[in-house]
Each structure stands twice: as structure tokens, then as C-alpha cells.
Design a protein around this ligand. Structure first.
Ligand SMILES: Nc1ncnc2c1ncn2[C@@H]1O[C@H](COP(=O)(O)OP(=O)(O)OP(=O)(O)O)[C@@H](O)[C@H]1O
Length: 256
């Protein structure tokens, strides 16, 4: 097994992690292992990017952290409590790569209200939360629209609003800028830069990671290969190339 490159010493190590993954392995039925002995701690208020080539296991790691997949072995804890597969944890939000997987109700308002309603909130509290979430993501004007008819960028922001309405402490974003045009990508980046939660973002959009995250994990073949600042991981050209990635253009310019 290749050793993981520890590029930063973490001053947070005495705090309770938001995510604590220990020796996590996972295989889909009758398939080789997708995650192989993953260890990682993510601390409250960190903004962490997860990068790696296609098929590295990023989405599988997210689905394991959210309690959607049952690990083959290993442990996952969120804010000190073990993940129980299938358990609803409103403090943990997951923004799916494809918003169509998340937007299922006849109006945007109903979709964003769905989480708080399921948490048993009063009508007033639900209304407050929907208003807040739509305003944080800047899509109040879409409240009465049919989600199915929205543009890809609008759907993305509404899907984020649906997660924020549960007021999570931790949000996992799977490819938040996939299929977004320049303006919507910028809106998502601006939103992520000011988001109040602990965030873990899986993305092939390395420039987005540089703009939003203070820490990057490189995953390949189901193993964490490197853990450090964006500069430490992504400006390491031989490391990036060895794992099917390129040094982002902005860091290349910075190096010249
Ligand atoms: N439901 C499934 N059944 C069987 N194999 C699967 C399933 N979902 C994913 N895989 C396989 O697991 C591996 C990891 O997939 P995963 O989607 O976690 O990677 P990823 O890093 O998110 O990739 P990408 O960057 O392309 O989204 C791939 O080889 C994929 O084919």
C-alpha cells in the first residue's frame, strides 16, 4: 500500500472532528474494493476539497459518510456519533451531483419545505426556514416555479436551498459546478465562500476548490494519497500527474 502524504500538521487535532473516518473500506457487490482503508478527520468550519480522477471513489465516500452505503469495514463518526445506515441526520446535508435526483415536488417552495416539514417543524418555522434558504441562495423569485422546468443553474441553487433549509452543520457537495455556465458557477462559488457550515466538496473544477477550500484531499483508487493546502497538493505537478490530474492553470502562473 502506498503511504499517504501528510502535507500539513493539523492544529485542530484536539477538537472533536465533524467527520472522522477510520480504516473505511467499501466494495459494491461482486466488484473489487472501491474504498481501501480510508482514514480522515475533518474539523468544524473547515472547507475541504476532495479531488481525484474519474472512478477514484469520491461519490462512494460521500454516500458512505451520509449513511446511504454500508461500509464493508471501518468506522465513520459525525460530530462524535457513529453513522447508522439509513438514519435521518438533519445536521448533515448532501447536495447531489444531479439536482434532478433531489427536486421531486411540484413547486420550489414545497421542495425546499420538504426537509423542515419532515423534521416536524411548525408551519411558521417551516416558512422562516424556506424564506431564509431561498434568500441565502438568491432564488426567492423561483418559489412558485415548477422545479422540473428550471434551468440547470437554477436547479442547482434550489437543490442547495433544500439542504440549507434543514440548517445542517456539515454539507457535502458532489460536483456543485457540473454543467453550470460562467455566471451560475460564479454564484455557486460566491455562495460557498460565505457558507457558514463545515463543507466537503468533491469536484473536477480545481479552480473552484482553490477559491473555496483551505484544505484538499487527493483520492485515487480508493485511498487518500495526499492531504494539504490547495497549494501543497495541487501545485505538486508530479503528484497531480501521477494521479491523472493536471496542475491548475492559476497555480502554474503563480509558479512562474
Ligand atoms: N452502484 C454501483 N455498482 C457497481 N459499481 C459502482 C457503483 N457505483 C460506482 N461504482 C464503481 O465504483 C468506482 C468508484 O465510483 P465513484 O462514483 O465513487 O467514483 P468518483 O470518484 O465519484 O468518480 P467521478 O469523478 O467519475 O464521479 C467506479 O469504478 C464505479 O464504476
Amino acid at each position: 500500500m502506498r503511504p499517504q502524504q501528510q502535507l500539513v500538521s493539523n492544529p485542530d487535532s484536539a477538537r472533536e472532528p465533524a467527520i472522522a473516518v477510520s480504516d473505511l473500506s467499501f466494495s459494491y457487490p461482486d466488484r473489487p474494493a472501491v474504498l481501501q482503508g480510508v482514514n480522515l478527520n475533518i474539523y468544524p468550519e473547515e472547507r475541504v476539497g476532495l479531488i481525484g480522477p474519474n472512478g477514484a471513489g469520491k461519490t462512494t465516500l460521500f454516500l458512505s459518510i451520509c449513511g446511504i452505503l454500508t461500509p464493508t469495514s471501518g468506522d465513520i463518526g459525525l460530530f462524535g456519533n457513529p453513522v447508522v445506515v439509513g438514519e435521518f441526520r438533519p445536521e448533515i446535508g448532501f447536495v447531489f451531483q444531479n439536482p434532478n435526483d433531489q427536486l421531486l415536488l411540484p413547486s420550489v417552495w414545497e421542495d425546499v419545505a420538504f426537509g423542515p416539514q419532515n423534521m416536524g417543524m411548525s408551519e411558521d418555522e417551516v416558512n422562516d426556514r424556506v424564506q431564509d434558504a431561498l434568500s441565502l441562495t438568491g432564488v426567492e423569485m423561483l418559489a412558485e416555479r415548477v422545479p422540473h422546468n428550471l434551468s440547470g443553474g437554477e436547479k442547482c441553487l434550489v437543490a442547495i436551498a433544500g439542504v440549507l433549509a434543514m440548517r445542517p452543520q456539515l454539507v457535502l457537495y458532489d460536483e456543485p459546478s457540473a454543467n453550470l455556465d460562467m455566471r451560475y458557477r460564479r454564484r455557486v462559488i460566491n455562495f460557498l465562500q460565505t457558507a457558514q457550515q463545515t463543507i466537503l466538496i468533491s469536484s473536477h473544477d480545481l479552480e473552484l476548490i482553490i477559491e473555496v477550500c483551505d484544505r484538499v484531499l487527493l483520492l485515487d483508487e480508493g485511498r487518500i494519497i495526499a492531504d494539504g493546502t490547495p497549494q501543497q497538493v495541487m501545485a505538486n505537478e508530479s503528484l497531480m500527474n501521477a494521479h491523472g490530474l493536471e496542475m491548475p492553470h492559476s497555480l502554474r502562473l503563480h509558479h512562474q
